[in-house]
Ligand binder design. Structure first.
Ligand code: MN
Length: 328
């Protein structure tokens, strides 16, 4: 599909104000920004324009049930034709999880996102690759005097998750100003951060430590990676979604630029997460393997390969000038 420029804020606001049969969908393996952005839009439409959108998401970690009205989220899709379907936080069409067919069959498809690799796939499109979270993009689309407590809780949570609690380089002075205005609603921001971002189960903590203990360095420590097989996850009684923090921990190692973590999601199928600190553009790297994401955080999937074969392919695609002078 040919890439075309963004539509205007006014066009998006006109869509919000137009009450019709509406659904909201997010991406596979919903994360904090995805769940929060879908719920933020749900509350914004309901509380300001009086219509309830149907929200469709794949199952997600139960910690997010502290967000308002998660009971409205549906995991199974009834085939229906919607007047409008919003896709939030989806880097491309294939990333849409539950509700993909609803998006495809919608009379109008509205796409709101912040992934720089997004190919632009809606009828109405709003992508801001320079903004740190889909929730922050929504903040810029919402009219400030229409944001309420529930909307604030959702927007804040998404911003926290995609900025690593306002730490990553995608944070701007505007991000913090917006976060400050959201806190002013009296939302429980300490609990939102602790319970949805930092807190881990006992099994998750032990599994993460195990995955980190298997880490290996390449390129004189510029590159670090680890992996976890399905049978290992079973041994720790965890799912791949509970290992999300591992790749960030690997990136924290002194001297590392690029970190890779491979999760075996089924026999021979590996989900690959990339993170980088300053040098390697991991969005380009993931795109070159059929995935996508951001400059400092991205992902893709590998089929029918072994972890060390995958890592060799990845390292071979890192531009030589990025790690000049470092030995394999
Ligand atoms: Mn996001």
């Amino acid at each position: 599909m040919e890439k075309r420029p963004n539509d205007t804020i006014e066009m998006l606001r006109a869509e919000f104000a137009n009450a019709r049969k509406t659904a909201i969908v997010g991406h596979l393996h919903p994360d904090g920004d995805c769940i929060s952005s879908c719920l933020a839009l749900y509350h914004y439409l309901k509380d300001n324009y009086g219509y309830e959108a149907d929200v469709y998401l794949e199952p997600y970690p139960s910690v997010f049930d502290m967000l308002p009205d998660t009971a409205v989220i549906r995991h199974t899709v009834k085939p229906e034709v919607y007047d409008v379907v919003y896709s939030l936080d989806c880097a491309d069409l294939d990333r849409i999880g539950a509700g993909k067919e609803l998006f495809d069959s919608a009379k109008k498809r509205v796409m709101i996102d912040h992934h720089i690799s997004n190919p632009i796939f809606g009828d109405v499109n709003y992508v801001k690759g320079e903004i740190g979270s889909a929730c922050e993009v929504l903040y810029t689309l919402f009219e400030e005097d229409k944001i309420n407590y529930n909307v604030a809780m959702c927007l804040y949570t998404g911003m926290v998750h995609d900025t690593g609690v306002f730490q990553y380089s995608n944070v701007t002075p505007d991000t913090l100003t917006r976060a400050a205005k959201l806190i002013a609603f009296g939302i429980p921001f300490t609990d939102l951060i602790q319970k949805t971002f930092y807190e881990k189960s006992f099994n998750e903590t032990r599994a993460s430590a195990y995955a980190i203990s298997k880490a290996a360095q390449l390129l004189d420590g510029f590159f670090v990676w680890s992996y976890m097989e399905t049978k290992e996850m079973e041994r720790f009684h965890i799912t791949s979604a509970e290992l999300d923090s591992v790749v960030s921990e690997l990136r924290n190692i002194r001297g590392v630029d690029t970190a890779v973590f491979l999760y075996e999601i089924e026999s021979g199928v590996w989900k690959c997460s990339f993170r980088s600190n300053h040098v390697v553009n991991v969005s380009e790297l993931a795109v070159s393997f059929g995935g996508g994401g951001h400059v400092r955080a991205s992902g893709c999937t590998f089929y029918h390969k072994k972890p060390d074969e995958i890592i060799t392919e990845i390292v071979n695609r890192i531009p030589k000038e990025d790690y000049a002078g470092r030995a394999l």
